[in-house]
Design a protein around this ligand. Structure first.
Ligand SMILES: Cc1cc2nc3c(=O)[nH]c(=O)nc-3n(C[C@H](O)[C@H](O)[C@H](O)COP(=O)(O)OP(=O)(O)OC[C@H]3O[C@@H](n4cnc5c(N)ncnc54)[C@H](O)[C@@H]3O)c2cc1C
Length: 301
């Protein structure tokens, strides 16, 4: 698979330097990232709100290697929630549990998520837990369940490339909240994940139908794929409870605007911060044309 091959290359130090230390790399990354600071995220969120879209702010970072970094990340998200309330933004936050300490000390990570959930209640908003590599799926769901049982204002992402997701959804739907359905962005082996796009798409359409007919949860359909969007819209007229589309900042802006013009709720995932390389490499990997943009920018053309 092209994605797996690129993600393997992206892990090399040389590739990282080529992308992060050249103007070309930064220029292409700017398309997908709001900027380095919270101010950049706030002004991007404001612009998107003005266009009728809500936002999920992601302060980039994952797999921290020291527990102090998890504390710092938690503080940065608390500042973000304060800004959301102060600026009256229609926004929530998206967090990766490995950024909050999961994998090093799961109790610390649960405490950090708990703090964010409380602060989000105070700010009148919610927290979405991103889903990471399959080695963390069980820990992510366990930790999510602990904090969601207390606060009730969380949501979580599930990946349709994982064969386990049908069973996970049963467990997660019982916890309420919002559930973001996405295909999955990591390179995963055949014993846990579908390997062909047909299988991943079939799984997406089936799980989207389950979510769209579920009571007590808010489906968040996260895709830029026209065929998946059309399949979900087939169920939309039967659904009276809230649900939304979600797309990534900088990806298919025309489609984002068109769906809003048709009256659909749209939330844009807006990443910011200087730790943008892993996020950006996943965006490059999922679309070969992005690599061409990068190669052209590198050549100065
Ligand atoms: C809001 C949101 C949150 C997400 N959260 C997670 C998460 O928590 N965990 C996780 O594993 N994954 C997450 N993802 C990523 C997701 O799993 C997919 O990797 C990604 O969305 C690409 O899949 P697609 O459904 O858009 O379909 P694809 O078939 O990959 O893309 C369909 C079309 O969309 C356009 N497109 C897609 N990606 C790009 C791109 N990078 N650059 C330019 N054009 C593109 C192209 O036109 C492409 O033909 C999230 C995605 C979204 C939209």
């Amino acid at each position: 698979m092209m994605r797996s091959a690129f993600l393997a290359v992206a892990g090399h130090r040389y590739t990282k330097r080529l992308i992060t230390e050249t103007a070309a790399g930064r220029a292409v990354a700017d398309r997908f990232i709001a900027g380095d600071g919270l101010d950049d995220a706030v002004s991007t969120a404001r612009q998107l709100n003005e266009q009728g879209m809500s936002v999920s702010l992601d302060h980039l970072g994952e797999h921290v290697t020291h527990i102090d970094e998890a504390t710092t990340a938690t503080k940065s998200y608390l500042a973000c929630l304060e800004a959301i309330a102060d600026e009256g933004l229609d926004a929530n936050i998206s967090v990766k549990l490995t950024q909050l300490g999961m994998g090093m000390d799961d109790d610390v990570a649960a405490g950090n998520l708990d703090q964010l959930a409380s602060a989000a209640v105070a700010a009148g908003t919610s927290v979405t837990v991103d889903m990471e590599e399959s080695t963390y799926t069980t820990a992510t769901i366990d930790l999510y369940e602990r904090v969601q049982a207390v606060h009730g204002n969380l949501g979580i992402a599930v990946q349709t490339y994982l064969t386990r997701t049908t069973a996970d959804l049963d467990r997660l739907m019982a916890l309420g909240g919002h559930i973001r359905l996405c295909k999955g962005a990591y390179a995963e082996p055949a014993d846990v994940a579908y390997q062909t796009s047909d299988d991943v798409n079939r799984s997406f359409d089936r799980l989207a139908a389950t979510l769209m007919s579920a009571d007590g949860v808010t489906p968040a359909i996260a895709t830029h794929d026209d065929a998946r969007i059309a399949a979900v819209l087939d169920h939309a007229s039967d659904r009276t409870a809230p649900w939304e589309f979600q797309m990534l900042y900088g990806v298919r802006r025309d489609r984002q605007r068109a769906l809003v013009a048709q009256g659909h709720a749209m939330r844009i995932y807006v990443p910011y911060g200087d730790a943008w390389y892993p996020y950006f490499s996943r965006r490059l990997a999922e679309r070969p044309a992005n690599l061409t943009f990068f190669a052209r920018a590198l050549a100065g053309g």
